[in-house]
Design a protein around this ligand. Structure first.
Ligand SMILES: NC(=O)c1ccc[n+]([C@@H]2O[C@H](COP(=O)([O-])OP(=O)(O)OC[C@H]3O[C@@H](n4cnc5c(N)ncnc54)[C@H](O)[C@@H]3O)[C@@H](O)[C@H]2O)c1
Length: 389
């Protein structure tokens, strides 16, 4: 369906759109970037030139290759320029009404066979597709930030998406050097769903004053092997983004307590302590301030890691149980999309599934909250002595 000659259209020249355009042009496609904001288009053009310049300097690509990528990429403020496209990836503002209206317009100007994809992080692909006459050619193609560096791409067919089109999209994105996983159209897809407890359980431990944030971050890195602790990572992502994703996923799951956001993080957002970018978040990054020291208590650290990890595994297990994605894809998504040190289901096999279930049952006994209910698949696997792999 797609070849090297397929023309790729990108709607939106912001952080994601410009990155995806660079990936597509690097793979050898003629790529057209469209934005309603001329300043954003100009910025994207300058950024591409600079970014390619740096790659040449670091000898990652040749000057010839950089020139080819630049000549393959064009910028436009007219949506009509998308007429010749074979695949269009939309990366505009995260708003369902705006996305639906753009998809409707895209369908009206492109060919019958042009595939329309959205890079949305949290909206329903099925709902975006419903604005089109042919929802079967609408799909989610979800890149991670920065798109040029992060290997993972989630492919999300909506309810009406043609499975043949989904397979062609997966093959195309694989040919761009990305690692793809297929996910059902459900809130947060794989990564933004399965990763929730990394933040929310750490926040819960902090809110209960069982440990301070520096100790939780230290524990997750030192004993969990994670590259960053949850509080550092939330500060880096920004609470305007991280809190909103949590709240959106929680609302879309009909307020399931498993996804309930933390008031502590909401207050930071209200105070505009958005994290590193504003100088203050959980930590104080302003000049002259120093970061707090962790309490290096090994027993406490092991308790923290075990609790957060078992909650993550439970979410991964539910994602498999509900057929959102396969065990392999869930593990690939978490290692390639958010750099987890190990796939969660592989990790569960290593710890022992009975041990994971035991931790969850103990939490459930202590709190009597639905949040800690163990996935039924874990219970079945323990009964049958099964492993994920
Ligand atoms: N930033 C991330 O970390 C990230 C990661 C994965 C997915 N996403 C998703 O990607 C999409 C884009 O996010 P972003 O961070 O690149 O946003 P951004 O704000 O950096 O860029 C959005 C761009 O879209 C343009 N735009 C807005 N409305 C438009 C319209 N109607 N027609 C044409 N252009 C329009 C804006 O001018 C802007 O340049 C969102 O759906 C977001 O959820 C973001």
């Amino acid at each position: 369906m797609f070849t090297k000659d397929s023309v790729i259209g990108i709607v939106g020249s912001g952080a994601m759109g410009s990155g995806i355009a660079q990936v597509a042009a690097t793979a050898g496609h003629k790529t057209i970037v469209y934005d309603t904001n001329i300043t954003a288009l100009e910025k994207a053009k300058t950024n591409l030139t600079n970014s390619l310049g740096k790659l040449v300097e670091k000898q990652k690509i040749t000057a010839d290759k950089a020139q080819t990528i630049l000549s393959l990429t064009s910028y436009s403020s007219s949506i009509q320029d998308f007429k010749s496209c074979h695949l269009i990836i939309e990366a505009i503002v995260e708003n369902i009404d705006v996305k639906q209206s753009v998809f409707k317009e895209l369908e009206s100007i492109t060919s019958e066979t042009c595939v329309l994809a959205s890079n949305t992080s949290s909206l329903s692909i099925t709902s975006i597709a419903s604005a089109c006459q042919k929802p079967e050619k609408v799909i989610g193609i979800h890149f991670f930030n920065p798109a040029t560096l992060m290997p993972l791409v989630e492919i999300i067919p909506g309810v009406a998406t043609d499975s043949v089109i989904a397979n062609h999209c997966q093959t195309l994105i694989n040919s761009w050097g990305k690692v793809t996983v297929m996910a059902k159209d459900t809130p947060g897809f794989i990564v933004n769903r399965v990763a929730r407890p990394f933040y929310s359980e750490a926040l819960r431990i902090y809110d209960e004053q069982l440990a301070d944030m520096a100790t939780i971050d230290w524990a997750m890195k030192e004993f969990g092997g994670f590259k960053m602790g949850p509080f550092e990572l939330m500060d880096l992502i920004g609470h305007d983004v991280n809190y909103v994703v949590t709240e959106t996923v929680w609302k879309q799951f009909y307020f399931d307590p498993r996804f309930r956001p933390s008031l502590t993080q909401k207050r930071l957002l209200e105070a505009k302590f958005l994290g590193k970018k504003t100088g203050r978040g959980f930590y104080d990054y302003r000049e002259g301030s120093s970061l707090p020291e962790p309490k290096k208590d090994e027993a406490l650290a092991k308790y923290i890691v075990n609790r957060v990890l078992c909650m993550l595994i439970n979410e991964a297990c539910d994602t498999k149980y509900l057929g959102i994605a396969s065990a392999t894809d869930i593990d690939l998504a978490m290692t390639k999309g958010v750099n987890y040190p190990k796939g969660l289901l592989k990790w569960a096999d290593e710890i022992g599934i009975a041990q994971v279930l035991n931790t969850l049952n103990e939490l459930y006994d202590d709190y009597q909250e639905d949040r800690y209910r163990a996935c039924v698949l874990l219970k079945q696997m323990v009964k049958q002595g099964k492993l994920f792999y």
